[in-house]
Design a protein around this ligand. Sequence first.
Ligand SMILES: [Mg+2]
Length: 381
Amino acid sequence: MKITRIETFQVPPRWLFCRVETDDGVVGWGEPVVEGRAEVVRAAVDVLAEYLVGQDPLRIQDHWQVLTKGGFYRGGPVLSSAVAGLDQALWDIAGKTYGAPVHALLGGPVRERVRVYAWVGGDEPAELGEQIAAQVEAGFTAVKMNGAGVTSPIATAAETAAVVERVAAAREVLGPGRDVAVDFHGRFTAASARRVLAELAPLHPLFVEEPVLPEHGHLLPGLVEASPVPLATGERLYSRAEFLPALTAGIAVAQPDLSHAGGITEVHRIASLADTYGAQLAPHCPLGPIALAASLQVAFATPNFLIQEQSRGIHYNKDADLLSYLADPTPFRFVDGHATRNDAPGLGITLDEAAVRSADRAGHAWRNPVWRHADDSFAEW
Ligand SMILES: [Mg+2]
């Protein structure tokens, strides 16, 4: 079997899909994207396709080596995400060829269902009570929210109190038997994070995510030491090597993104590495259906898995949502806040190819907002 063609589709709301075709007629799908930089990753996929076309798609491990390291310069969000999407498509082809779901090829399922959480509150969280109540009503046992919008470098007393009040309001709706995770999104400095984490502790968040920016990872050990709340990070880390210092620092939850951190091949290895530190895996996935399908395949095969992010109804999904490009939405029909094991071959989803092709013609130019502090200086989004 040989790869004959690789195509990309830039589809709303902000996604990029790739389609890898073989001379046997087997087709694999992947989602190589960096949110806000889809066109750039598309160009990177085109360059990597020069190597892949003509190759045997089943030599995934070898292709991963060449795609990741063969260009001498390596890593970073763009190149790692391009490899990630192609890697997902190769696993999809392998599963379809062997007649097995990807989780079977990774060693077989270790669980029957995967807990997922829903997003509430948007970029600048305000009134959350009704949204959380709706997610509880829909069966979810966990939600995630942003801690705050624009935040001063040293959060004011009012800003700090507002974060705590928001999480307290969430806790009130959720009760003690459900979970709330809080995303700091790198908007807090380590000094602010330290102060807020202590105040959040009595509200028992499942975890606090990106308590500091990835480039301040050297501050993580001190923050873990000081924090009574489990800390999570990883959506902006792209390899085992980049996770190693965070795991050594003692993060509780590793959050590689299946579409950023080298795909199924590398995230499977990151999960094993996390296991050696007693850390849990919670893949980042505010993305589309292929990224989620890939995440779920890893989740079904990973013992130290905690919970899965998914984007249904997320604030970014304006012109299309998680189910828009699926021929059959069954794999993402969550029951009691869980995805049920699906033994369909490959990634376990069937795309509506006509819908994908048509959406690509419309395209998108999604960019994240650029935020400013009150004095007009740049603020982290
Ligand atoms: Mg996040």
